[in-house]
Design a protein around this ligand. Sequence first.
Ligand code: BGC
Length: 807
Amino acid sequence: MTSTIVSSSGATTSMTTSTSYLATETGPLTLPISSYSFSSFPTPTLAPELPIFPATDPLNPPPVSSDPMVVPDFAPAWAAAYTKAMAMISNFTIEQKVNVTTGVGWANGLCVGNTPSVGDFPGLCLQDSPLGVRDTDLVTSFPAGITVASTWNRALMRARGVAIGQENKMKGINVALGPMMNMGRIAQGGRNWEGFGADPFLTGEAAYETILGLQAGGVQATAKHYINNEQEWKRTQESSNVDDRTEHEIYAHPFLRSVMAGVSSVMCSYNLINDTYACNNNKTLNDMMKREFGFQGFIQSDWSATMNGLSPVAGLDMTMPGDITFDSGTSYFGQNLTNYVMNGTISETRLDDMATRIIAAWYYMHQDENYPNATVDSFNFYDPINQEVNAQSDHYMIVREIGAAGTVLLKNEGALPLNKPKNIVLVGSDAAPPVSGPNEYTDQGGDPSGILAMGWGSGTNNFTYLVSPYEAIQARARVDQSSVFWDFDNWDLSKAGNSVIGMEVAIVFVNSDSGEGYITVDGNAGDRQNLTAWHQGDELILAVAAQNNNTIVVTNSVGPLIIEPWVEHPNVTAIVWANLGGNEAGNAIADILYGAWNPSGKLPYTIAKSPMDYPAQLVTGGTAADILSINYTEGLFIDYRWFDAQNITPRYEFGFGLSYTTFEYSDLAITTINPTADYAQMDLIDNWENGGATPIAEGSSTALWLHMPAYQVTFDVENTGSLYGGEVPQLYLHHSPSAGEPPSVLKGFTNVEVSPGQSASVSITLSRYDLSVWDVVRQGWAKPEGTITFSVGASSRDFRLNGTIPA
Ligand code: BGC
């Protein structure tokens, strides 16, 4: 119940000198400073080609498709922006160029991150969060990343991105600090809810659509946290030790998709990767992000994640918020960087590249054309500037729709949808409005006294308003003239049990919260201490189910819960997994309960029977000085990949979700899409078909020939029930055992809406990249040997149709 705020944002580091450190498991080692040369990375592009590879401006991306076949080419837009940026910096002094790269220091501007104006460049305002504009007022609190991922609906992912982008622009934010796309490697990971679940493909698609949307709305998007920041405990002092193949196939994939979406900025994370800090990591920043993915924008540090003055050599372009530790008045960039450039330690061409990338991203997003000034004050909520611009528009509608579409129906024994019940009783604090208003705690960092609609930390914003289930259900119940009772006290179990005796419907609301590690809530230092519902939720459900044979459970949880104590209880007649709904959370839950929205969400992670069934656990402990080693020994086998490989039966598998109707799948076919146009690079395709790997080159992992559609899978989905509804067909590949892949890997999904008795024809395309694995020896993507088969179905374990990829 306690809430301890350690600092107002972010973690800090204690290193305060400009010596170069190479961190190891035993601690930082000092490297001698010498001169580093630099060659910049050219724009990887081919001539834009319609219809698959159109030259694209980030403000005007290709329309959303449930089976995207277009691969937008942002290279011409980058090239134009580079020309302008290089012209602008051509008469900048070294100090001016350094100023472009160096934040003004913590709390020295209106936003959580600010760069100064330099010459004609007005400087940048950088602001959280992935679910809306943080630290201001009159903005929308969108459903969290985990909720939009649960929709498996690209149109809703895009729409959410556009709306968040528009609100950022209206508030004058240049750079939005999202989306966040860490992988949910550990079920307890404190920030998993900010991201898109535990599968790289789903996360990659969500990131892709979110970024296309954000930037269409006008704001620069930031892909974060790059990379392997999978737990909060000791996030600045842990080395995530990851093999190259796992890094490519699991953790880097969503970032590759971000680059393909034309993302403006990437944020390197706090942790070390294989004993080198993420913001000082030549392999992940220079070689993977800039060389392999061909990233043209800038890499900024997480807040105080810059660990030494030579990070520019490793690929870091901007230090945030600028000072080494908050308010230290010192910087690894600033005067240190100026000195390094003046004495030749860091080349001026590299400094030019840094400043060019930052200014180019601003031109690329057309922020030189009448972009609004920042009207937020991150450090004083009561500053009237926070109410100067109302950015909400009609975005509540998107919030409500995603809240419903992102709700997963896990169990339903005929209890739902509600059918004009005579009476309903709502049990549990999670049904209620929070007792002291929607913003009880700074950064939502406290024990929720009401509905949980987002987690805590920098990934939050202030609720302008918050609709609780109690308000929404009571309002809806008036339509049927139902009698509504409630009991929000979780602690008096006998009172709760007595309150449901003789009632037609008892709905129990439980939650589970987590967040960023700078705030500890009830002993949870960011990460969850356990996977149990908070406020004795299990006991509450059992107390209600003991007295009422129509007990419906609604959860608002940051991630999986162990629900074994009650899931099979005969009186638990429905389970509604409502995730984190944002400011319309209550309305979205009511829409599901009453069938205004027929559930179509699917789980973006596995719900296990026991915490120990998951492949990886939090690593805790360590003294203040220790750097923890977190060995990703499970490799490719995170989440369902592990359960499948180890034959562990989950409670509810990845991709699972029920509807109020039923669907049947039929008529599977697969056709090869012949590459015809010149840009197809037939030599590389032939090489790949013959088992060759992609070459080591700039942009090699994002090349068109690799990502253009190569196979088209088609089938029919029929609504065999009696209600209109949506289904999310999923495609999983199965490689031959010699490939070393998990038994099933998600490589496609789409969504269809079908009327009762009707069929929809469905298409899912696959690229050569989708069929490839990362070849560590050849350092490229290659098709593994052996036959590749695939399944199409309603979850990762509910396969309806099976096929084979043509040889
Ligand atoms: C978080 C980032 C956030 C930054 C600025 C850091 O503590 O890790 O996600 O964008 O603070 O608030």
